[in-house]
Design a protein around this ligand. Structure first.
Ligand code: GAL
Length: 865
């Protein structure tokens, strides 16, 4: 067992004066308005079975919420929804580049207020897993490393390198110190029960060789020496040295075993979906498969499981990693990007958590006894004394099965697990969803109140961004430069400019051959946009480890005499994953060659004297705030032209639902609302055809490309604007448009739940809540269809569809089957209309029997207002 001296001392002090001290604490708690539960110090240890909190083994369900991907105003609601969904722990990375944008200058304000976030979790009575990293991956710019780190002389990232280790230790210690000062470790009475150092280094450590091994040993002892009083983990690090716990990340972790029999089996990233890329389709992971994976993990001895992500959120500013990670980091998580619960994902997992918790006492008491009653079938029993819980699994991806266990027969759908908290009665099967589903929709202001953007605003004004060199700090250099070393990521943009004298080639059609490390490129010849090039190879498959080199031939027309070549090279989020990802580089490193000149000549321009400009003139002028600059509102608004800054005013969309802007009609750029960047937009970047599936079969192993949607459509059209960034009136929207768009096509609107649906068959299990009463009373409770409005102040206002019999279709599109009871509509209306939630028993007792001998179900679609 891993014991911690410092914390043990603190707890001893508190327990010695038990009564008196606790009373004082409680009075203080009351005076200070802080929650009592968080002030009493707890020991956190571990053993072979589980984490131990105050000496008791715990089954813990955790979920990731990254604080800078939402706003402090959203945090309490997200955390409460996590708690309501059955989570015990909130996991977050710590984002170094957010906190130390300039070496030695710290930022813990606003979305970076880590202490406020951790306290918000504590206030809800949940625990925290703090993954300090400080390398985090996370589809976050440069994996979370601040750019200045790259410029420290002699530095080599993530290996046995003194300058790197010194900085990593300094930042890690800084975070630990802040947490200690605020008394946020469980050992001090705070919510933090666990910390992580590094991130998945074991996946990419090969090329680092022996130095990588020394680095990981150093990282382990550095972390341990910080004396947090709670255990540390390393994920995907099979050689994590004691006392660090090695944990698993993946879509499935049931087969994982930690590297010592003294460590518990923990799953730090169960991917609830996958991230979206510009140029990629939208990933979806069916909840039946997630529930199956979770149940399999607990079936095979796991005791800690974290959903990555539980709420994904938004990559505001230029925080997205890359390249080409989209601004939305929705992740198909149980809580969507906007903070709305995603159903039935959230609800089914909530039911699963309750089912697993019903087994907790048996789970923590012993190891499972596992047997296989047939091919791809598995029975796991946790039994000691009077405690017994069992998991029955059918691993087969197409055929259902019947399993005999303890003298009873159990039907197991393909690719599912049944959970039996008393080794006899099934409380839940992972493939049978009792939870209602929801359809959420985007309602534009104009469709609500007939106010198009133009009418609801005071119109658009604009400023042109010059093509080519326009700033005083431009500089000339012989040869081509690497982009990140040149811009230090102060901007996405680097201009490469050159003029060439070509008397003999006037009017001829030539080819400009450009080789770049990426990520995208706009080429202007004699001031005219010749081409926009991006390389998204790999990103559309959701793989973020590819290199993104561009190798292009751009047809151009030359004029007599001087020809100007202005190449704007762009980064679209810095690389965040892979061995040595920090030095892969970007930009036009060459060669750049003029081909197809008269007489078949070629001219290599690579070693010419190029002029460079980091960033845009408009960036230097601070146009993003909308307040400065000579905004032009008199003459005609330029449309579909590259390099225009646009500005408009708008009123906040009414109501309290989350706000989004639909950028359909625009090309590529970045947008700011009241000076706050809402991220890069790129609605012209579309998902390829042929990588989506109309229907998604949850059975069988999941991969991130298995159930994609949105093929052939823009990867992202809607962009989240947190309500707290908006004023009732006079909000300023500024865009920088790179490739050309029509801003009058932009619309504002809100996201809301449009419909609530449920489809429950007579073979569904009763609700998990009924399990106790069911088994204790001996009375058989049947399946129940339940609906609940998303907001407390809403009621069910209409029932759009209700059918008991053999209804077909999916939410939003149900229709009657061959058999239906005419009582369904009046019964459901009576039970539901006017209430914020309702339940209807799914049986012939309620509806009569419209078709004897046929398996029946009840499908309902309703709306709330
Ligand atoms: C993991 C990594 C996470 C995140 C995830 C994909 O490998 O640890 O930080 O990048 O992949 O979303």
């Amino acid at each position: 067992m891993y014991r911690l001296k410092a914390k043990a001392r603190l707890c001893f002090v508190l327990t010695r004066g038990a009564m008196r001290r606790n009373q004082i604490v409680l009075v203080l708690v009351w005076v200070m308005g802080i929650y009592a539960t968080t002030l009493l110090c707890a020991t956190v240890d571990y053993d072979h079975r589980a984490l131990l909190i105050d000496g008791k083994r715990r089954v813990l369900i955790s979920g990731s919420i990254h604080y800078p991907r939402s706003t402090p105003e959203m945090w309490p609601d997200l955390i409460q929804k996590s708690k309501d969904g059955g989570l015990d722990v909130i996991e977050t990375y710590v984002f170094w580049n957010q906190h130390e944008p300039v070496r030695g200058q710290y930022n813990f304000e606003g979305r970076n207020d880590l202490v406020r976030f951790v306290k918000a979790v504590a206030a809800a009575g949940l625990y925290v897993h703090l993954r300090i990293g400080p390398y985090v991956c996370a589809e976050w710019n440069y994996g979370g490393f601040p750019l200045w780190l790259h410029f420290i002389p002699g530095i080599k990232f993530r290996t046995n390198n003194e300058p790197f280790k010194a900085e990593m230790k300094r930042f890690t210690a800084k975070i630990v110190d802040i947490m200690k000062q605020e008394k946020l470790y469980a050992s001090q009475g705070g919510p933090i029960i666990l910390s992580q150092i590094e991130n998945e280094y074991g996946n990419i450590d090969g090329p680092y060789g022996a130095a990588g091994k020394s680095y990981i040993n150093w990282a382990a002892s550095m972390a341990t020496s910080l004396d947090t009083g709670v255990p540390w983990v390393m994920c995907q690090q099979a050689d994590a040295p004691d006392p660090i716990i090695n944990t698993c990340n993946g879509f499935y972790c049931d087969q994982f075993t930690p590297n010592s029999n003294k460590k518990p089996k923990m799953w730090t990233e169960n991917w609830t979906g996958w991230f979206l890329s510009f140029g990629g389709a939208t990933p979806r992971r069916p909840v039946e498969d997630i529930a199956f994976a979770v149940a399999r993990f607990f079936q095979r001895g796991g005791t800690f499981q974290n959903y990555y992500m539980y709420h994904g959120g938004t990559n505001f500013d230029r925080t997205s990693g890359g390249p080409f990670i989209a601004t939305s980091y929705d992740y198909d998580a149980p809580i969507d990007e906007y903070g709305i619960i995603r159903q039935p994902k959230w609800g089914h997992l909530k039911d699963l958590h309750k089912a697993i918790k019903l087994c907790e006492e048996a789970l923590i008491a012993t190891d499972p006894t596992i047997s296989s009653p047939g091919p791809k079938l598995e029975v796991a029993v946790y039994k000691t004394g009077d405690k017994c819980a069992a998991f029955l699994a059918n691993d087969n991806d197409n055929s259902d099965a019947t399993v005999k266990f303890n003298g009873n027969s159990y039907q197991l759908p393909a690719w599912s697990v049944s959970i039996l908290p008393d080794c006899k009665n099934v409380v839940l099967n992972t493939a049978k969803i009792n939870s209602a589903s929801m359809i959420s929709s985007f309602t534009t202001e104009s469709s609500k109140a007939d106010t198009s953007l133009e009418a609801s605003t005071s119109g658009w004004s604009w400023i042109s961004e010059p093509v080519g060199i326009s700033k005083a700090d431009s500089f000339a250099k012989i040869g081509l430069v690497e982009q990140i070393n040149t811009t230090a990521d102060r901007s996405d943009y680097l201009w490469y400019s050159l003029s060439v004298d070509l008397q003999d080639d006037a009017g001829s059609q030539a080819v400009l051959h450009v080789e770049s490390l990426g990520h995208a490129l706009h080429a202007f010849i004699n001031g005219k946009l010749a081409d926009i090039v991006q390389n998204i190879s790999g990103s559309s498959q959701g793989i973020n480890s590819n290199k993104h080199a561009l190798n292009v031939d751009i047809p151009i027309t030359l004029v007599a005499g001087k020809n100007t070549i202005d190449l704007l090279s762009l980064t679209v989020g810095l690389q965040n994953y892979g061995s040595f990802f920090d030095i892969w580089g970007a930009g036009i490193t060459g060669p750049v060659i003029l081909k197809g000149l008269k007489n078949g000549n070629t001219v290599d321009l690579s070693s010419q004297k190029w002029t460079y400009q980091v960033g845009l003139k408009g960036e230097d002028l601070g146009l993003s705030s909308g307040s400065s600059g000579q905004w032009n509102s008199q003459s005609t608004l330029p449309k579909n032209q590259p390099f225009i800054w646009y500005k408009t005013n708008f009123a906040v969309p009414s109501g309290s639902n989350p706000v989004a802007i639909d950028f359909t009609g625009m090309g590529k750029g970045e947008a700011w609302v009241n000076g706050q960047s809402i991220g890069r937009y790129w609605p012209t970047s579309a998902a390829p055809n042929g990588v989506c599936s109309d229907s998604c079969n949850y059975r069988g192993p999941y991969t991130s490309t298995k159930c994609q949607t949105n093929c052939g459509k823009p990867s992202q059209t809607l962009y989240h604007v947190p309500r707290s960034w908006l004023k009732p009136d006079g909000n300023i929207l500024v865009l920088f448009e790179e490739s050309g768009g029509d801003p009058t096509k932009i619309s504002f609107g809100t996201k809301q739940v449009a419909s609530l649906c449920a489809h429950i068959s007579d073979s569904h299990l009763p609700p998990v809540e009924m399990w106790n009463s069911d088994t204790k009373s001996g009375k058989k409770v049947g399946p129940v269809l339940s609906l609940k409005c998303p907001h407390q102040d809403q009621v069910i206002s209409s029932v759009k569809f209700a059918s008991y019999g053999t209804p077909l279709g999916t939410c939003g599109d149900y229709y009657h089957g061959r058999c239906s009871s005419n009582k369904a509509m009046p019964i459901v209306q009576k039970a539901c209309i006017g209430s914020s939630s309702c339940s209807v028993g799914v049986s012939t007792d309620t509806f009569g029997d419209p078709c004897k001998g046929v398996a029946k179900s009840l499908a309902v679609e309703a709306t709330c207002t």
